[in-house]
Design a protein around this ligand. Structure first.
Ligand code: ADP
Ligand code: MG
Length: 248
């Protein structure tokens, strides 16, 4: 068996009295698309924060390509090729789409200084071609805040690709996007996986999307992994139906 690109073992995280992650374990094989589902408040976004070094974990192990990363912080982990997008988009509304792309490269420690730095042509070319791939090339000079919410999600996805991730964690990529854009975004995710070889771990509430997209799914409830399996196994798992799907 090959080593998973991401291996989470017994990760726990509490916020004051709230146990957001309680001994969570999961594994993501290289090249896969893995889904993470579960009711609101079940600890999915917290798990992403724990994996990417957004907050320190209280216990457990996170290994990325075999290396223990649970004590590393976001910039170092991003440079290693592990990047996340947020449930609420993190873009700079008063900056152009192109400028947002250029400051998202992780080696830029000083984002403020980076905005005054003349980008190398090659970086700019890459930014423009990624903007084109998500259908935003014509909007490149527009302030990012002027995009629709769905377009902002596409921009954020393209920004994540600027980091040349090996593993991309997507937090509800289709939330708040209209159905037409959803199909386009799903096609983008598949392409990033198939053509760029990017492994994906995706939190998603749209069951049609995630059941079609993911090779393997985990379902969380109350801070723990409740079940895992193929789409068919998850769909028919009585615990998942009781905790989540039944309420959909
Ligand atoms: P999900 O993404 O599955 O909806 P979250 O990981 O956002 O769930 O939240 C899990 C639990 O942790 C919730 O009870 C939430 O209120 C709590 N929580 C998350 N982040 C924080 C924080 N920064 N401070 C305090 N409580 C938090
Ligand atoms: Mg969340």
């Amino acid at each position: 068996m090959t080593v998973p690109i991401l291996s989470v073992e017994n990760v726990s995280k509490r916020f004051g009295g709230v146990v957001a992650n309680d001994a969570v374990s999961l594994a993501v094989p290289e090249g896969a698309i893995v889904g993470l589902i579960g009711p609101n408040g079940s600890g999915k976004s917290t798990l992403f924060g724990s994996i990417v070094g957004f907050h320190p974990v209280d216990g457990g192990s996170v290994r990325f390509r075999g290396e223990e990363i649970s004590r590393y912080r976001v910039p170092k982990i991003a440079r290693m090729g592990l990047v996340r997008t947020f449930q609420q988009t993190h873009i700079y509304g008063q900056m152009s789409c192109l400028a947002n792309m250029l400051i998202s490269v992780p080696q830029r420690h000083e984002r403020f200084l980076a905005t005054f730095r003349r980008p190398r042509g090659e970086e700019r070319d890459r930014a423009e071609s990624l903007l084109a791939s998500v259908g935003l090339w014509e909007k490149r000079a527009l302030m990012a805040g002027e995009l629709s919410f769905g377009q902002q999600k596409l921009l954020e996805f393209a920004m994540a690709l600027m980091c040349e991730p090996k593993l991309l964690l997507l937090d509800e990529p289709t939330a708040g996007i209209n159905p037409t854009l959803i199909n386009g975004l799903v096609a983008q995710l598949r392409r990033a996986n198939a053509e760029l070889g990017i492994t994906l771990l995706v939190i998603e509430h749209n069951m049609r999307v995630i059941m079609n997209l993911a090779d393997h799914l985990y379902c969380m409830a109350h801070g723990r992994i409740l079940a895992q399996g193929s789409a068919e196994e998850i769909r028919t798992d009585q615990r998942v139906i009781d905790a989540y799907l039944g309420a959909q």
